[in-house]
Design a protein around this ligand. Structure first.
Ligand code: AHR
Length: 482
């Protein structure tokens, strides 16, 4: 295959927030996965486990969405502040009916962000919370001066205030967040968002609850009624192997499931295109961001685990899902301003899995590592041959070109010649993630079975780089102008 790269043409910037994470009070994501408590033997910083923080820092996590998900619409933030031992114990009704002791609350979340160097995306409660509760939370987090909520925050040990970059007004309000109709939600959104105030000169970016998958009517109605009041609107789409109620296994799956999961992930392109077309009617300037704040593979839970905990293994197939989805987001960089893979640790398509004091990086983690060079880079225009199983992104930042390529064929290698007629270079560095089995994955006994390796199957001549990718592999090549 031959691809021409137009390095002289200006493309949109790929927002770093497309590499966002999602951490919900669900299963072992927050508790065990992130929070182990100050008394734990697992090395931690004020209760937050350090192995997880160190691993996540290496992939430049830009933003973490919290506290849910479905959990957000039952979360009452005042339960999670003050002396931990005195915090209210509640039942996590959505996720396994387990006890939630609220030891990880607002202060702990901002401490996690500080350790990661990430920004906040807090999801507010519309389903079962009041306008006053939401208003007070924003005041508690962001107001510097004298006020009941700012004073309470200071009493609880945090002065100065924090920055809340993004705020979600409800989650899945068409389902677990209240089973609303779009017209009703749109009016509620207008009301609730009024009280999500800017207490500083930094604007809080307000995100309305958008559609599930292909619910185009939801998008139409919410945009029609509420577009001027929002900065972003969400979209949720999970990759499945078949039907929602019959999820395929994460390991030891048939070949048909390799293709069906990747095809389901690729549907993201059609969804973004069609939802963007509706958004264009009400927002032709593309001011409003499409925020894909839940995406990833949703597979059957691992045998013997609590079905409400959504714990699944992660293979080279999930790495393919991550790669093709990130490529889609890049191609829609003019509209997709943020995305948050579900979820960061131990839940669904996770970056990391933990077991006691052990932690492993998943193949998906390595894709985020290989792709981090595209954060805030300019998308390069390309044209040339296409093949169903080959997908790629080319971007440019500070005169460095990053090419990420995915070959999701199960059995054929692929040679791709990239021509860069307007770019002079004479060397490159490259890494690859590959496997020889379609359910290759990492385990606590063999943590690096699928991991990023140096890659050298490429050659450079006359403004061309020629790359040969084995089947089931993803590579990133960095080239720097001479
Ligand atoms: O990510 C798991 C759940 O999926 C989230 O809580 C919810 O928003 C979605 O249905």
């Amino acid at each position: 295959m031959t691809i021409e790269i137009l390095t002289n043409k200006n493309g949109p910037i790929i927002s770093k927030y497309i590499y966002g994470q999602f951490a919900e009070h669900l299963g072992r994501c927050i508790y065990e996965g992130i929070w182990v408590g100050k008394e734990s033997d697992i090395p931690n910083d004020q209760g937050i486990r350090l192995d997880v923080v160190e691993a996540l820092k290496d992939i430049n996590v830009p933003v973490v969405r919290w506290p849910g998900g479905c959990f957000a619409d039952e979360y009452h933030w005042k339960d999670g502040i003050g002396t931990p031992a005195e915090r209210k114990t509640i039942v996590n009704t959505h996720w396994g009916g387990v006890v939630e002791n609220n030891h990880f609350g607002t202060h702990e979340y901002f401490h996690l962000l500080e350790l990661l160097g990430a920004e906040a995306y807090v999801n507010g409660n519309v389903g079962s919370g009041t306008v006053q509760e939401m208003q007070e939370w924003v005041e508690y987090m962001t107001f510097e001066g004298e006020s009941p909520m700012a004073n309470l925050r200071k009493e609880n040990g945090s002065d100065p205030a924090w920055d809340v970059k993004f705020f979600g007004v409800g989650n899945e309000s068409w389902g677990c967040g209240g089973n609303m109709r779009p017209e009703y939600y749109a009016d509620l959104y207008r009301r609730y968002q009024t009280y999500v105030r800017d207490y500083t000169d930094k604007h809080v970016y307000k995100i309305a609850c958008g559609p599930n998958i292909d619910d185009y009517n939801w998008m139409e109605q919410v945009m029609k009624i509420a577009a001027p009041f929002m900065d972003g609107i969400s979209l949720h789409h999970y990759a499945l192997t078949g039907e929602w109620l019959d999820k395929g296994p994460a390991l030891d799956f048939p070949e048909a499931h390799w293709y069906s999961l990747i095809d389901s992930a690729k549907k993201m392109d059609e969804l973004i295109t069609k939802h963007s077309t509706i958004m264009d009617k009400y927002d032709p300037e593309k001011r409003i961001g499409l925020i894909v704040d839940e995406w990833g593979s949703w597979l059957a839970v691992e045998k013997g685990t609590n079905p409400g905990f959504l714990y699944q293994q992660n293979t080279i197939r999930d790495a393919m899902v991550a790669s093709v989805t990130l490529n889609i987001f890049h191609r829609h960089a003019d509209r997709v301003q943020m995305a948050n893979i579900a979820q960061m640790v131990n839940v669904l398509q996770a970056m990391l899995l933990t077991e006691g004091n052990k932690m492993i990086k998943t193949p998906t983690y390595h894709v985020f590592d290989l792709y981090k060079y595209h954060q805030d880079a300019e998308l390069m225009d390309t044209y040339g041959d296409t093949k169903e199983h080959v997908d790629y992104t080319v971007s440019k930042k500070d005169e460095r070109i990053a090419i990420s390529i995915c070959n999701h064929s199960l059995n054929s290698k692929e040679t791709i010649d990239f021509n860069l007629p307007d770019y002079t270079f004479d060397n490159a560095e490259a890494w690859i993630l590959s496997a020889d089995k379609m359910d290759a994955h990492n385990t606590f006994e063999d943590p690096n079975a699928v991991s990023k390796k140096l890659f050298d199957d490429y050659s450079i001549k006359d403004k061309q780089i020629s790359v040969t990718l084995p089947s089931m592999s993803i590579a990133t090549i960095l080239i720097k102008g001479a």
